[in-house]
Design a protein around this ligand. Structure first.
Ligand code: C2O
Ligand code: CU
Ligand code: CU
Length: 523
């Protein structure tokens, strides 16, 4: 628990910093708006190929498809007019190869650390898990996967260059876009910023039967923002305090899509399916087509929505995914810019010729039965806290006033359902992610933080707001909005053992906004 009185719980600092970072690039970085737009085609990450068959160490008999993902330094051109940029990746480029999976079909991935002995981004040795040596540590987590705990990439299970681990993915879950990324304790934000992530797609029969756009008409869009130096290299900002370089959030003006800055994609005048992932450390996206063309969101983090939701903007917090269909059939010959608020992100070049389109966008996708609140056997309430120090120490972020190393306090029973309530007095929205499970957003409600802080009583300032239609499916990451109480309902249908839950703003996660939890097998 938080001890001592040298800390003030206050909402101001972070939001102020957020504003500063999101507008201007610091002097030592390149202003990417000076670069030519739409001169590079959108790269499509390669689909990973199995490296043979292997058996699980526990069962000699069954052979499973085996993949090897090795983290290595790479050089990649992010823009025609920039020199190659150094990244770390699980493949020849960032994002790493896309892992294609089928629901119910198990597979094995060997995650190998073939990185150098030294990190190239500024480690903060004060942070829990980042102390001392070795500098370079990694562990891979499959975000959104329902996996046994020993294959989930527990943050403290990191391994050093020259080592590898073999993880087992049972894939007992519905079709969805997942993503793999580093999760090493205390340096996760740096490893992901360096490029250690990629997309993973689970498919199943329900989705197959819908006849959605597929093949070259289904395109992953993996978004991540970076700061770039005038030499074209990654820049990760520091606080200015030599021994405490951690900064509370990082926003770059270079928004990369599949690893390119301002790419273009040539499309036919027909329906396309885009699998959009926010792989940024801290940036929230609000993506819209400049010509006002509408989009249909058909899925969220954990798969298909019950029905398509008409949207004007794709809204994604860090870690979230959106599955959207765009119909270009009325836009023949047009060039349409995709913008994040006012900033150009990429361009679609629609060909002028007429084409036929045999794909469909059904009015009903996949039922998502709402879980009745009465099914919950327990309700837990958490505050999301930011503390300012009276001594000028960096901001401190905690979940429910607890540090990572405090004893485990969340021990849901295997297969039980719980309601988790997040009380957010801060000016920041924190995207909260739980490993191993999927959940539904129940509602959000404005409340008055001061009354709660002083009297532990809720004074609500409005009604309970149900989730937006585009987030009314199965989720694994949800916004806990500023000054609101957000409730989710979670069936803990995973595997018994230790997992984590955390804020998916990676700077927050690395600095104590992450907690272990344990799913406990029935007695
Ligand atoms: Cu995207 Cu703990 O993960
Ligand atoms: Cu995860
Ligand atoms: Cu946060």
């Amino acid at each position: 628990m938080l001890a001592g009185s040298a800390w003030l719980s206050g909402p101001k600092t972070l939001a102020a910093l957020m504003q500063m970072h999101s507008t201007a690039a610091p002097a030592n970085t390149l202003n990417v708006s000076t670069l030519a737009n739409f001169v590079d085609p959108l790269p499509i990450p390669a689909v990973a190929k199995p490296d043979g068959m292997r058996s699980l160490p526990s069962s000699r008999k069954t052979k499973l498809p085996y993949y090897r993902f090795a983290a290595q330094p790479v050089e990649m051109k992010i823009h025609r007019d920039l020199k190659p940029t150094r990244f770390w990746s699980f493949g020849p480029a960032v994002p790493g190869p896309t892992l294609e999976m089928r629901s119910g079909e198990e597979l094995l991935v060997e995650w190998a650390n073939e990185l150098p002995q030294q990190h190239f981004l500024p480690i903060d040795y004060r942070l829990h898990g980042a102390e001392g040596t070795p500098q370079v540590r990694m562990v891979s987590h499959m975000h959104g996967a329902r996996v046994p705990p020993d294959s989930d990439g527990f943050p403290e299970d990191w391994f050093v260059p020259g080592k590898s681990v073999l993880y087992h993915y049972p894939n007992q879950q519905d079709a969805a876009m997942l993503w793999y990324h580093d999760h090493a304790m205390g340096i996760n934000r740096l490893n992901v910023y360096a490029g250690l992530f990629g997309a993973a797609i689970v498919r199943d029969k329900v989705e197959d039967a819908l006849n959605l756009p597929s093949g070259k008409y289904e395109v992953p869009l993996v978004l991540f923002d970076r700061m770039i130096t005038p030499e074209g290299q990654l820049y990760y900002p520091v606080s200015g305090k030599e021994r405490a370089p951690w900064v509370p959030e990082v926003f770059g003006d270079a928004i990369l899509v599949n690893g390119k800055l301002f790419p273009y994609l040539e499309v036919e005048p027909r329906k396309y399916r885009f699998r959009v992932l926010n792989g940024s450390n801290a940036r929230f996206y609000h993506l819209a087509l400049q010509n006002g063309l509408g989009l249909q969101q058909i899925g969220t983090d954990q798969g298909l929505l019950p029905a398509p939701a008409a949207i004007k903007k794709i809204r994604l917090a860090p870690g979230e995914r959106a599955d959207v269909v765009i119909d270009f059939s009325d836009s023949r010959g047009e060039q349409i810019v995709l913008k994040d608020d006012a900033v150009a992100v990429m361009q679609f070049r629609v060909s002028a010729n007429k084409v036929s389109d045999s794909s469909s966008l059904p009015a009903q996708l996949r039922p998502v039965p709402r879980i009745p609140e009465s099914e919950a056997v327990k309700t837990r309430l958490f505050t999301l806290d930011e503390y300012r120090s009276l001594k000028g120490d960096p901001v401190l972020l905690l979940l429910d006033g607890k540090y990572w190393h405090d004893p485990i306090s969340e021990t849901p029973a295997l297969n039980s359902t719980e309601i988790w309530t997040f009380v957010n007095p801060t000016d920041d929205t924190h995207p909260i992610h739980l490993h191993a499970v999927r959940f539904q957003v129940l509602d959000r409600q404005h409340y008055e933080p001061w009354t709660y802080q002083t009297k532990k009583e809720f004074r609500f300032l409005g009604p309970r707001v149900p989730p937006e239609p585009y987030e009314a499916g199965w989720k694994d990451t949800a916004r806990a909005d500023s000054k609101m109480v957000t409730r989710i309902i979670v069936p803990f249908n995973a595997y018994p053992g230790k997992y984590v839950w955390h804020c998916h703003i990676l700077e927050h996660e690395d600095n104590e906004m992450m907690r272990p939890y344990e799913i406990v097998a029935g007695t």
